[in-house]
Write a protein that binds this ligand. Structure first.
Ligand code: DGP
Length: 113
């Protein structure tokens, strides 16, 4: 997608701190961290959010999340983490390329809203 920041990051047109990449996803450090560890899981395929996501893309995303669960030690998340995906205005989504926030590296608060 031409004007998508995350597509540009995935393609390497915008620099990022990449911590993992495979055929389906890139995991980068969030530029504005909100926890000791704050990563973003970016599916390589462009779709805006879970509403636009196809069932095939949902299947791929589930595989990405499962893979993440196998990398917790290398990512410093072995004591737990939180996954968040903001959607739309009320969800405060600011980038229209589906992404999952991965937060951890410290004790997180128990409020989510
Ligand atoms: P959201 O508000 O849920 O759409 O989250 C977007 C996140 O993306 C936000 O935490 C900041 C991050 N972000 C935006 N632009 C960039 C960028 O150019 N590089 C990196 N690494 N993160 C970015």
């Amino acid at each position: 997608m031409e004007n998508c920041i995350f597509c540009k990051i995935i393609n390497g047109d915008i620099p990022s701190e990449r911590v993992y990449e495979d055929e389906n996803m890139v995991i980068i450090k969030d530029v504005n961290p909100q926890a000791a560890i704050h990563l973003l899981l970016l599916p390589k395929e462009h779709y805006a959010d879970i509403e636009e996501m196809t069932y095939a893309q949902a299947h791929t995303l589930a595989e990405c999340v499962k893979k993440l669960s196998e990398m917790t030690k290398q990512l410093g998340l072995e004591n737990g983490f939180r996954l968040v995906s903001n959607k739309g205005k009320h969800g405060c989504q600011s980038v229209g390329h589906l992404h999952i926030h991965i937060l951890g590296g410290e004790q997180l608060g128990d409020r989510m809203g």
